[in-house]
Design a protein around this ligand. Sequence first.
Ligand SMILES: Cc1ncc(COP(=O)(O)O)c(C=O)c1O
Length: 491
Amino acid sequence: MRSKFAGTLIALLEAQAAYDLPIGRRIQNAIRRQLGNGSLKAFDRLPSTRALASELGVSRETVELAYQHLESEGYLIRERGSGSFVSESGAQLAQFQSPSGGRSRSLHLSDRGKKITRFGGVQDPVAQAFAAAFPDVRSFPLALWNKTASRISRRLETKALTYCDPQGFRPLREQISRYIGAQRGVKCEADNIIVLTSSQEALLLIATMMLDVGDTLAVEDPCYPGIRSALAVSGAHPLPIEVDHNGMMVETLVRRSPAPRGVYVTPSHQYPTTATLSLERRMALIDWAKANRSFIIEDDYDSEYRYDAQPISCIQGLDSSGNVLYVGTFTKTLFPGVRLAYLAVPSHLVQAFVTMRTLVDGHSAILNQAVLAEFMEAGEFTAHIRHMRHIFKARRDAFVESIDRHLSPYGTLRIPAGGFQAAWYLHDRYSEAEVRAKAERHGLLLPSLGGLFLGKRSTPGFVLGYAAITPSECEIAVQRLARILKSFQTR
Ligand SMILES: Cc1ncc(COP(=O)(O)O)c(C=O)c1O
């Protein structure tokens, strides 16, 4: 008997018969159509190429090429031994492109718009097990923050209601330069700081102002999706460089010719493997940038949270050639809704970046900037970080124990030295997409690890966030995940 999927597909293929397209193209269109009208959803598994080819009466190669094409467009994820699945961003992209209920068939996304949609957004919207990169908002000293806010609001009066310097509120820039100078070893003045809404905005500004269409930027592989999306906006290409237990393999980058325009690194805790870039490689990166007149984007996103040792000095502070663009954020150290981050750039670039910033979102809200400046000046910010470091360390330890207790038969954890999440590598016999889909139905978020690889070698697994949940919430969630994995074992 014919499967429901093949039946629908055949009807769609027949509907296109008049267009005189090769059968492979029609299969692609028909699958896109099913995605667009919602009959295929994220994580749905497609029939094997062999099964579909026999149902449609075409060669297996034709179906294989159609699947390959849809995979290259980001609609499908294919896993050896497990099959082909609809990707999350693919389902979303198809919905965007589908004509909405017969209305407005003429409106469609540009190629760039499609590319951006394909990479998807970057933020996990909820503080739920195991959303990655989420701090604990429940432990934030909200009463103190609100008290400071009402005092500052009275002091600023209508000044808080006006436009602000697009580079950022001066007292906050002074506090930031002092803080990153003392805590992270960054060499800069308040004049080098630009206050932004997020690190993502910083990445977007850098990609727009420092890269031309067709340029390449070396990135860690696997890598933070935010930089890929920023590159998609600017029309530049990522050049994946492998990561090992000491972070990006800089020796591979050094051998690349021609040298890319720049490099993006997360040296404190590489996202997502959490490896720390060794001092030797930091120095090699600095020498490489100097020799090639390239720039280094140092995304120091959660460097404050290192649990077993002192944080390592940042690359910017080790560099004496002014080749580093340093990115930091308060969305992790305070709370995501604060919408404040910063970029430290060499003096001669400040004005150009500020000009671009005025075109993106003008400036950050004055009130939050002024409250944070006061918070930092009064020592509340560093006190909060010290307090949270204890809490997060205890959560990291509890998380590692829970994983060890319940999940060892199914995968391998890389114990994180810091940060909010850990890479957990799934054993070969499980399918990342299947486990993820089932976990989601049971209320667990499992951010994909396999999807963060750009090169040919992709390792399935998950980026498990542990900072936003208490040890007992974590234990319950890990047990639930173990039950889900067990159900695959017994099938
Ligand atoms: C590598 C990396 N950079 C930056 C950020 C922070 O981004 P934002 O300031 O845009 O919230 C995150 C967290 O999501 C991250 O993982």
